[in-house]
Design a protein around this ligand. Structure first.
Ligand code: ATP
Length: 291
């Protein structure tokens, strides 16, 4: 059975082809590691799946339905949650309010069901219960990463995409996050994770794909990947792309704005008023780290 199928995916930023030909499938409850050197196209692949960049060619099917170029909110509602690199928390909102953000898309904020979901998440992440009234930005990097993952789980996803969840974190914290991924798998949630910690990722993953210059150059179960495949995962092959421009945040900002509901906007306005800065600045701080 296939939950997510990506076929012949191609994505370009203007004239720069970032993803050339990527195909893979993920079954329910399966963990797929997406490996590759810097600039290989990993982040762009995840962004295409969640609707944050335009699919130029190929198809993405979730649960048998094509979602290529659907709006990010509609993709999220189908059951795909995306934890971008750099986290994207609301730093001055409390841990509890950040968690509630995960309920908005599914319209479960303010419902008994939503409140029960939050309680369950606080059981799963005891440190978040301890800090529930504290501003999210005052927590350690590892705790913030737990919070973004918990917020994504509040959407009750069937597929969770984790982009560089261990970046910048201490080894002990990273080990806990990988244990969490194994736990999600045991609960039937499929996980697609982009990881620089290749060794650890392969211990948890059922399968891996290695991207090089926008194409899949190797794939298989961890023990099927050769040393050469793994070298490509760290170093890449061929020449580095001539152009290395960071993503323009405009499209992501636009899609975040479109996906905001009235209550999100009121939160943003409140935070902006408290700090005496424009709403745009708060929005930019939130997604800025995600790009
Ligand atoms: P990293 O680990 O460095 O983030 P990655 O494998 O996730 O790498 P992507 O971020 O998907 O790779 O980038 C793939 C290619 O697309 C790179 O050559 C990158 O420079 C280019 N790229 C990414 N975003 C843009 C953009 N907005 N405009 C132009 N080129 C871009």
């Amino acid at each position: 059975m296939t939950l997510l199928e990506v076929r012949g995916l191609q994505v370009a930023y203007g004239g720069v082809v970032a993803v050339r030909d990527v195909s893979f499938a993920v079954a329910p409850g399966e963990v797929l590691a997406v490996l590759g050197a810097n600039g290989a196209g990993k982040t762009t692949t995840l962004m295409a799946i969640s609707g944050l960049v335009r699919v130029r060619a190929g198809d993405i099917r979730f649960d048998g339905v094509s979602t290529a170029n659907d709006a990010p909110t509609s993709i999220a509602r189908r059951g795909i949650a995306h934890v971008p690199a750099g986290r994207g928390l609301f730093p001055s909102l409390s841990v509890a309010d950040n968690l509630r953000m995960g309920l908005y898309g599914a319209k479960r904020d303010g419902t008994a069901e939503g409140a029960a979901d939050i309680e369950e998440l606080l059981d799963t992440f005891p440190i978040l219960r301890e800090r529930r009234d504290q501003p999210a930005g005052t927590m350690s990097g590892g705790q913030q990463q737990q919070l973004v993952i918990a917020r994504a789980l509040a959407q009750r996803p069937r597929l969770l995409m984790l982009d560089e969840m261990s970046m910048g974190l201490a080894p002990a914290v990273v080990a806990d996050l990988f244990a969490l991924v194994a736990d999600l798998k045991s609960r039937g949630i499929a996980v697609v994770m982009v990881e620089q910690f290749v060794g650890q990722a392969l211990k948890v993953a059922d399968r891996a794909i290695v991207l090089e210059q926008g194409s899949v150059v190797a794939s298989g179960a961890p023990d099927e990947l050769s040393q050469d495949d793994l070298a490509a995962a760290y170093l890449g092959g061929g020449e580095a792309p001539a152009l290395d421009v960071r993503p323009a945040p405009d499209r992501a900002r636009e899609s975040l704005r479109l996906s905001l509901r009235g209550s999100d906007v009121r939160h943003l306005e409140q935070v902006a008023a408290e700090r005496g800065v424009p709403v745009e600045q708060v929005l930019e701080e939130i997604i800025g780290g995600a790009l």
